[in-house]
Design a protein around this ligand. Structure first.
Ligand code: RIB
Length: 307
């Protein structure tokens, strides 16, 4: 599997409540941990047994070196992650409240220099599936989707949804094998609100009409809905004690990609991905919280289908 996407250093603070506009809140000591949606998806997949390559950009700074070293420590081939010498690495400022909800602001830095060279690098040895996440420039996302079409299965996680929303809709309209989005991202593509598991199911069907061959819409702890070539399914979430939702969506995407690439039936793959995401929210951090099969079983009771 190859992941094309972002790498960030996450600076996370646990706060009593998430700040609103104009507010200052005092929180815990800051944690500096590896993140970025692309790198998170790569780590999630690697911990579940996939052979993973990652393409993207870091800055020519200490954070960049730490992010690459972190991938390598997970057994991920980070050869296609290039260093943008004159640009800082991506940074994410994250507040997490007592219920595990978060508020994230990203300074993209080097991630916004991902371009044709990085797309080409991703496709030199793509493996069984290419996963693309959206914290990189839209032209790179579109170029990667164009290269994947008809050549290699592709999973697009449109997170965050590009702005304006017409851009998000246009990307999907070009066609994509697997589209994975949460409620607001689905709403951006469809141009109407999406709420709850029933709304996610309607949205998944709508996303097929919008251009996806298979669509998965996640609805946080409520679960996820699937529509596509193998039919439709609604998968309820797992009830767990959540401390930090950061990276849960990325865990879902990485796990889903591993299961689909291995031929697990789509509805079972979505259930396994939901279980992996549920396990991830029980620990702090993004990559720091990503589960291995034994963690998923311990938290949810689900036996990872490929273990
Ligand atoms: O999805 C979680 C991720 O979003 C964090 O790791 C942060 O880096 C941002 O990209």
């Amino acid at each position: 599997m190859t992941v094309l996407g972002s790498l960030n250093m996450d600076i996370s603070v646990v706060v009593p409540r998430l700040p609103g506009p104009g507010m200052t809140v005092l929180g815990s000591a800051a944690r500096f941990t590896a993140g970025g949606k692309g790198a998170n998806q790569a780590v999630a997949a690697a911990r579940l047994g996939a052979d993973v390559r990652m393409a993207g950009r870091v800055g020519g700074d200490d954070f960049g070196r730490r992010l690459v070293a972190g991938l390598q420590a997970e057994g991920i081939d980070a050869g296609p992650v290039r260093s943008a010498a004159a640009t800082p690495s991506g940074l994410a400022m994250i507040s997490v409240d007592g219920s595990g909800e978060n508020l994230i602001t990203v300074a993209p830095g080097a991630n916004h220099e991902v371009g044709d060279t990085d797309v080409a690098a991703a496709f030199t040895e793509p493996g069984d599936v290419v996963v693309i996440s959206a914290e990189i420039p839209v032209p790179a996302i579109r170029a990667a989707l164009a290269r994947a079409r008809g050549a290699v299965p592709c999973m697009l996680n449109l997170a965050p949804a590009p702005q304006p929303a017409a851009e998000a809709a246009a990307i999907v309209a070009d066609g994509v094998d697997w589209l994975v989005v949460n409620e607001p991202e689905a709403a951006a593509v469809l141009g109407k609100p999406v709420r709850g598991l029933a709304g996610a199911a309607r949205a998944a069907a709508g996303l097929l009409a919008a251009g996806a061959r298979n669509a998965v819409v996640t609805a946080g702890s409520q679960g996820a809905a699937l529509a596509g070539a193998q039919g439709s399914a609604t998968v309820p979430g797992f009830s767990v004690a959540a401390v930090d939702a950061t990276g849960a969506g990325d865990t879902f995407v990485g796990a889903l990609a591993v299961a689909i690439a291995a031929g697990v039936p789509a509805a079972d793959a979505v259930r396994a991905a939901a279980a992996a995401a549920a396990a991830a929210v029980t620990r702090y951090g993004a990559q720091a919280a990503m589960p291995r099969p034994a963690d998923i079983r311990a938290v949810t009771g689900l036996a990872w289908p490929l273990a």
